[in-house]
Write a protein of this length. Structure first.
Ligand code: G3I
Length: 300
C-alpha cells in the first residue's frame, strides 16, 4: 500500500489518528486525515466534560462532527473515553459515593447508546491504575465509590452497545512492569468471572525508545483472550523513526493486535508541545518516522 491505512488494511489491521473537531476546517489537516487514516479517535470531544457539561444534559455536536467526518471517509471510530478521573465536568468532580456511581452509570448508558452501532471499540475505563511499583488502583472519586466501579462500567457499556469492543486503556504499560501486571491480573479476573471486556489499549506515549518486551507484553494480554490495540502512539527523541518501525512490527507480530492509532497528525497538533512526536511535520510533510512506519506495514 501507499498510505498508512491501506497498508495496515492489507495486514488485517487499521491505522488511526486522534482528531480534533476544531481542526476539521483545516484543509491540510483534513486532506492528510482522509488520505492516510481509516480509524479515528476524538481527542477530547467524547469525554465526560464534553458530552455531559451539566448533569443529565448531553451535548454531542462536536463528537458527532468527528463521527460524521469519519463515516464519510469510510473510517471506523474508537470511542474515547466513557470514564476517566481526568476531564470530568465540574459537577461530577464534586460528587462522591452512590450519587457519583449512579451518575457514572447514567453517563455511560447515554453516551454509549447515542453512539450505538458506530463504534469499533470504546475505551470504557481510562487510566484507572497507579504508576509506580505498588500495582494498585489510582485514587480518584470514581475509585472511592468502590473497587467494583470498573466492572460496573464494563457491564453498563455492554448493555448499551453490545456491538462495540469494550477496552481498558492506560499508559506506562508498554512493557512488563508492576502497572501492566496489575492490569493483566484484572483482565484475567474479568475473563474468569465473565465481566465483559474485549480489548486492552496501550497508549504508548514513548520517549526515544520502547521496552524490549513490548511485543511480549502485548502477547501476554492477547493470550488471555482479549484483543490489544495501540491507542495513542507518539514518540519523541532522536530514535523516533526507528522506534515507530519497532512498534509497528510488534503489533503486526501479535495476531490479536487490531491496529495502531497515533495521537495526532502533524507535530503541531500534538499535546506534547515542542517534542515533535508525530508522523507529519508542521506543514503536513511526511517525516522519516512516516517512512519507517509505512515500510514496516508493507514489509515487516
Ligand atoms: O477547549 C478549551 C479552550 O476553550 C480553552 O481556551 C483552552 C485553554 O486552556 O483549553 C481548551 O481545552 C483544552 C483541550 O485539551 C482542548 O484543546 C484543555 O485545556 C486541555 O487540558 C486538553 O488537553 C487534552 C488532555 O488529554 C487533557 O487531559 C489533550 O488535548 C489531549 O490530547 C489529551 O489526551 C490524553 C488522552 O485523552 C488520554 N491519555 C493521555 C492523553 C494525553 O494527555
Amino acid at each position: 500500500g501507499t498510505t498508512l491505512g491501506a497498508s495496515a488494511a492489507e495486514r488485517g489491521r487499521y491505522f488511526g489518528t486522534a482528531v480534533a473537531a476544531s481542526k476539521l476546517g483545516d484543509s491540510v489537516y483534513v486532506s492528510i486525515l482522509n488520505r492516510e487514516f481509516n480509524m479515528v479517535t476524538a481527542e477530547n470531544e467524547m469525554k465526560w466534560d464534553a458530552t455531559e457539561p451539566s448533569q443529565n444534559n448531553f451535548t454531542y455536536a462536536n463528537g458527532d462532527r468527528i463521527a460524521n467526518q469519519a463515516r464519510g471517509n469510510g473510517s471506523r471510530i474508537r470511542g474515547h473515553a466513557l470514564t476517566w478521573h481526568n476531564q470530568q465536568p465540574t459537577w461530577a468532580q464534586n460528587m462522591s459515593g452512590s450519587a457519583l456511581r449512579s451518575a457514572m452509570v447514567n453517563h455511560i448508558t447515554n453516551v454509549a447508546t447515542h453512539y450505538r452501532g458506530q463504534i469499533f471499540s470504546w475505551d470504557v475505563v481510562n487510566e484507572a491504575f497507579a504508576d509506580g511499583t505498588g500495582g494498585g488502583r489510582r485514587d480518584s472519586n470514581l475509585q472511592r465509590t468502590g473497587n467494583d466501579w470498573i466492572e460496573v462500567a464494563f457491564r453498563t457499556a455492554r448493555a448499551a452497545d453490545p456491538g462495540a469492543k469494550l477496552c481498558y486503556n492506560d499508559y506506562n504499560t508498554d512493557g512488563v512492569n508492576p502497572k501492566s501486571t496489575a492490569i493483566f491480573n484484572m483482565v484475567q479476573d474479568f475473563k474468569n468471572r465473565g465481566v465483559p471486556i474485549d480489548c486492552v489499549g496501550f497508549q504508548s506515549h514513548l520517549t526515544n525508545s520502547v521496552p524490549g518486551d513490548y511485543q511480549a507484553n502485548l502477547q501476554r494480554f492477547a493470550n488471555l483472550g482479549v484483543d490489544v490495540q495501540i491507542t495513542e502512539l507518539d514518540i519523541s527523541g532522536a530514535n523516533q523513526a526507528a522506534v515507530y518501525g519497532t512498534v509497528t512490527r510488534a503489533c503486526l507480530a501479535v495476531a490479536r493486535c487490531n491496529g495502531i492509532t497515533v495521537w495526532g497528525i502533524r507535530d503541531s497538533d500534538s499535546w506534547r508541545t515542542g517534542q515533535n512526536p508525530l508522523l507529519f511535520d508542521n506543514s503536513g510533510n511526511k517525516k522519516a518516522a512516516y517512512n519507517t512506519t509505512l515500510s514496516a506495514l508493507n514489509t515487516g
